[in-house]
Design a protein around this ligand. Sequence first.
Ligand SMILES: Cc1ncc(COP(=O)(O)O)c(C=O)c1O
Length: 450
Amino acid sequence: MSEQEPTSGSELNEVEQTDKEHVFGTWSFQKEVSPTQVVDSDGVRFTTAAGDEYIDFSGQLMCSNLGHSADAVADAIDEQVRETAYIAPNYTTEARSELGRKLAEVTPGDLSKTFFSTSGTEATEAAIKIARAYTGKQKIVSRYRSYHGATYGSISVTGDPRRLKAEPGIPGTIKAPDPYAYGSTLDPMESVEYIDEMLELEGDTVAAVLVEPIVGSNGILVPPDEYLPRLKEIAHDHGALLICDEVMAGFGRTGEWFGCDVFDVEPDIMTMAKGLTGAYQPLGATIVTSEIAEHFEENMFCHGHTYAGHPAAVAAGNAAIDTYREENLIERASEVGEYLGERIEDLAEKHPSVGDTRGVGLFRGIELTKHPEKRVPFGTREDKISPGSTVVDEVSARAKEHGTYVANMINTLIIAPPLTITEDEIDEAIDAIDAALEVSDAAMDSVSTT
Ligand SMILES: Cc1ncc(COP(=O)(O)O)c(C=O)c1O
């Protein structure tokens, strides 16, 4: 695939032009939006109307965990829609009760009762409301380098720069530092002790500490092994809950079912979406411990959506979990992920603009730098909400010219392919990134003396 001819340029076809005119591009200055029509997807690849085929090295938005040919999931959706396309949430279906049971099985410890929604954003909203209702306290502590969703509550607890456009947001949200050894002035374990101090200083007013166990789009930040257990201890010492956002890290990406399993930590509340259906249907889920669930026996669970537990979505969730299990995809992610890690290290040795590599399983990041000693980034948080492209965007664009789609965010290439990817396919994608990193290596030469 790295031998593929450069792709066909930026002229829009009729579909793309119509789309540009009538549909908003997400998180973008609209004049910069250039939609590409996709006409086919199969395995780990997708094909555009212009006939260009790409390896999907980021599983689209880090969600296509099952690849693009999970027929069992497609069939389950089809069967469910033909049987009962929709029924209100006050009824149930076999698929909904079955998925509730399965989630209690695959999530750690005593997590046992789920609220279904249709996105990671809504899963966060439910988690915030549940934590507030259960504790009777209002504040949510989350971290700067995080993404938890787009709506007002979920963007308010989000740390990444997109929050700035939605401020002041909802009251009672507080940001903490991150376990980011490469780019933060605080050591990760110092940062967790700082959260202890924050909670102490806030008095008994914090409902929950909300974190991605392994930070996704804000740079694939993997904390030290002791970090998450200590964070749970800190939260509980101060009468706060621990909420783990598993929207991106969950469902096998790390080589475990969930990111928190990597650290043997059971949160009080967990949110999920993306890999929950392998992106075959929009489905979010918020699962809580039986103790929290019990609270709502006598206190109203004051939350819901028309599409809570939508039959087609929960049918997809069941079939996705069956597929993870039957095809041993979680174990596979761990094994193939080792190989991916080795190949990324090859790139780091070869390319001086690779500043840091991080990750676990099939969830990896390559952070770029203009200046290895000073760790100067090519892309900043400000760039994320400004017009124009960065060198990191150009690296992704060059990889695409070589047949590989790899997402990037701020200063990091985000690698999260379908868990079905083979070592040969990894090699193809690594070759494309190898060629693309020439862009950042060259940009580095021209700035590193400044
Ligand atoms: C960790 C995390 N939480 C929440 C969300 C929001 O999910 P959605 O885009 O499905 O609303 C995302 C989306 O990328 C995410 O990565």
